[in-house]
Design a protein around this ligand. Structure first.
Ligand SMILES: [Zn+2]
Ligand SMILES: [Zn+2]
Length: 378
């Protein structure tokens, strides 16, 4: 009888029967190992959580009181004789690839990852394994990222130009990941950084966790609009098109997303500027990361799984498409038709229901409500 694989794909998530634990389960379980704090990977309701220590305060902030054990990269934990260790995924602060080993069989669950060093989170480290579980959010050749330095030079020039023309500058990005990358790469000689409450709550959680970020100022009902106009405003996708944002008029509005690489995305977002900035690997990043593991087989969990799996098999990998519920945040591709858009939004709302919702009403500047969710990423 063939040996049962160490990890299997179940309707609750990726499961290790021998170790009796799940990785990024989407249904409540006793023992969950978490790759990172994004809502489609870190669900509420598990009895025990294991995560990287830099995910600690964001997990507490998003999930409330949970029973959490944290580890450093490279540290080893045993569960029922199965060895677990974490390695940097380079996706967001605290994100980890989970390495699982038993009797010489090694699996790596990468969660979400990017291969470019963003200078904010620990850079992606390839880990040798027999079986590699990978995302492929941007698994199409059209997705090729520019070096980050070039992108932030464009963003700083745009900001400077807006200040000179007495326009407010609003830049939109996800609250965990993109927001911190933007904050750390802005030219502070131009002005101050202001944040929407949802972004600032995440910054505060990270600072409690010991992360040092550039100074930011939370926008409140008392914020002086003329002062804010000279700075830059970091806002979450959920704030787009809301009265909250309209208070800053006249403004120039920039949207940060990997999808901005496709023509028409900026227009669909009604943005003045589209910045192709993603916390996921681009096409070349995915292939180089998979290749560097030296794996015997690779499993694709979310993104362009069908076409990317076919491509990998064509170039000599043993690739398999698997069904999971991952994909939220930035991970749902834009749909051209109104029907497609509606369907995408419904799915995105379900998948990312933990992402910054609920928080949206806590620190509302100008007393306005917010529409939409961060899952809406057209
Ligand atoms: Zn993620
Ligand atoms: Zn994800």
């Amino acid at each position: 009888m063939p040996k049962k694989p160490l990890l299997e794909f179940t309707d609750k998530g990726i499961y290790c029967a021998k170790g009796k634990f799940y990785i990024d389960p989407w249904k409540p379980v006793d023992d969950a190992v978490i790759t990172h704090a994004h809502a489609d990977h870190a669900y509420v309701g598990h009895k025990h959580y294991l995560a990287h220590y830099l995910s600690r305060d964001v997990l507490y902030y998003r999930l409330g009181e949970i029973n959490l054990q944290t580890v450093e990269y490279g540290e080893t934990v045993f569960k029922n004789g199965v060895e677990i260790s974490m390695y940097p995924a380079g996706h967001v602060i605290g994100s980890a690839q989970i390495r699982v080993e038993s009797q010489g069989e090694v699996w790596v669950v990468s969660g979400d990852y990017k291969t470019e060093d963003d200078g904010v989170c620990s850079p992606f480290e390839p880990v040798r394994c027999n079986h590699f579980i990978s995302e492929c959010t941007f698994g199409m050749p059209v997705y090729q990222w520019k070096p980050q330095a070039q992108l932030f030079e464009d963003m700083n020039n745009w900001w400077r130009h807006n200040v000179e023309n007495n326009l407010a500058t609003v830049v939109v990005g996800y609250s965990l990941g993109k927001a911190q990358r933007i904050i750390q790469n802005l030219d502070l000689s131009i002005g101050k950084i202001y944040t929407h409450g949802v972004i600032e709550n995440t910054n505060e959680a990270l600072r409690r966790n010991g992360v040092i970020l550039n100074p930011t100022t939370r926008i409140t009902i008392d914020s002086n609009k003329e002062e804010v106009r000279k700075g830059i405003i970091i806002a979450p996708p959920s704030s787009v098109g809301t009265p909250w944002m309209r208070k800053f008029q006249p403004y120039s509005f920039g949207y940060c997303s990997g999808w901005m690489a496709i023509r028409g995305s900026k227009r669909r977002r009604a943005a003045d500027r589209g910045f192709v900035l993603s916390d996921h690997a681009d096409w070349n990043g995915l292939i180089s990361a998979i290749d560097a593991t030296g794996c015997d087989s690779v499993y694709l969990t979310h993104g362009y799984t069908a076409s990317f799996t076919r491509y990998l098999n064509d170039i000599g990998f043993d690739a398999h498409e698997v069904h999971t519920l991952y994909g939220g945040e930035e991970e749902t591709p834009p749909q051209p038709s109104p029907e497609g858009r509606e369907q995408q939004l419904n799915e995105a709302q379900v998948l990312s229901s933990g992402e910054d919702l609920g928080e949206a009403n806590k620190a509302l500047p100008f007393g306005e409500g917010l529409g939409g969710v961060e899952g809406d990423i057209l």
